[in-house]
Ligand binder design. Structure first.
Ligand code: SF4
Ligand code: SF4
Length: 73
C-alpha cells in the first residue's frame, strides 16, 4: 500500500525592535500582508500565519532587523 508523506513548512517571522527604523520596506514588499503598523507607527508582524516563506523581508531589510526562519515538520 502506498504511503503518503506530508511536510508542513512554517516560517517564524521576527522583528528586532531595537534595530528597526520603521522604514516600512518589509511592509511594502511582503507578498502576503504579514506586516502592519501599530498605533505608534511601529512595523509589527500581524499575520504570521499568511507567510509564504519567500525570505524577501529578511533580504530587503536595510538594518537586518527582520528574520524569517523556515522550519519543516
Ligand atoms: S524593513 Fe527592517 S527596518 Fe524597515 S520596517 Fe521592516 S524590519 Fe524595520
Ligand atoms: S518571508 Fe516573505 S511572505 Fe514571509 S513575511 Fe517575509 S516577505 Fe512576507
Amino acid at each position: 500500500m502506498a504511503q503518503v508523506l506530508t511536510k508542513t513548512i512554517t516560517t517564524r517571522v521576527d522583528i528586532q525592535r531595537a534595530l528597526c527604523k520603521k522604514c516600512g520596506i518589509c511592509l511594502a514588499f511582503c507578498p502576503a500582508g504579514v506586516f502592519a503598523r501599530n498605533e505608534r507607527g511601529e512595523v509589527i508582524v500581524a499575520h504570521a500565519e499568511s507567510c509564504k516563506h519567500c525570505g524577501l523581508c529578511q533580504s530587503l531589510c536595510p538594518d537586518y532587523a527582520v528574520t524569517a526562519q523556515e522550519a519543516i515538520a
